[in-house]
Design a protein around this ligand. Structure first.
Ligand code: AMP
Length: 177
């Protein structure tokens, strides 16, 4: 089973992604996590990625597609995966037609997301208020059209992400059956 999780930062994608991964026994992969690891490298590419994510911008599509395809060719992702944070642009979605079964949109308001992120204890280096606002803006501009793309394909499932973690998990499991 191939599942994509979409939502603004703070929507609960990694929480739900990890729970789903356990429940369905499918590996979880987050492009944000991959990029944060690459940003630690003391190379021009590492520094470029670090600056880009810290500013709340997107990594260019070509680079992102190259990295995602490199990962997904690994044996562990052969039978399926839960992908968090990709695709984030129409260009990425169009280049990545990989037999996706379901795209789960965890919907939370900008206000709720900002509220949740401001109270997070595992605060990340790219979590400045300015970067968070930029990422929310980037989501509306570049990622919302991706929802429409998958809606047309009939694979989009929309979930109210402002419920409890348990209720969200239950609803996801029901809707992907
Ligand atoms: P996330 O943990 O998903 O919020 O991702 C953190 C950062 O990694 C984002 O703000 C982007 O700079 C970068 N990133 C993650 N996924 C993508 C993607 N699919 N396309 C471009 N940039 C990405």
């Amino acid at each position: 089973m191939k599942i994509i999780l979409i939502g603004i930062q703070g929507a609960g994608k990694s929480t739900q992604g990890n729970l789903l991964s356990k429940a369905l026994n499918i590996p979880y992969l987050s492009t944000g996590h991959i990029f944060r690891e690459l940003a630690k490298e003391k190379t021009p590419e590492g520094r470029y990625i670090k600056e880009t994510i810290n500013a709340g911008f997107l990594i260019p599509d070509e680079k992102t597609l190259q990295i995602v395809s490199e990962y997904l060719h690994r044996k562990e992702y052969e039978k399926g995966y839960i992908l968090d944070g990709f695709p984030r642009t129409i260009a990425q979605a169009e280049a990545f037609e990989n037999g996706i079964n379901k795209v789960i949109y965890l919907r939370v308001s900008d206000k709720e997301a900002l509220w949740r992120l401001s109270g997070r204890d595992d605060e990340r280096e790219d979590d400045t208020l300015k970067a968070i606002r930029k990422r929310i803006e980037v989501f509306h501009r570049f990622t919302e059209p991706v929802l429409e793309h998958y809606n047309h394909k009939g694979v989009l499932v929309e979930i109210d992400g402002e419920q409890s973690i348990e209720d969200i998990q239950k609803e996801i499991l029901e809707k992907i059956k």
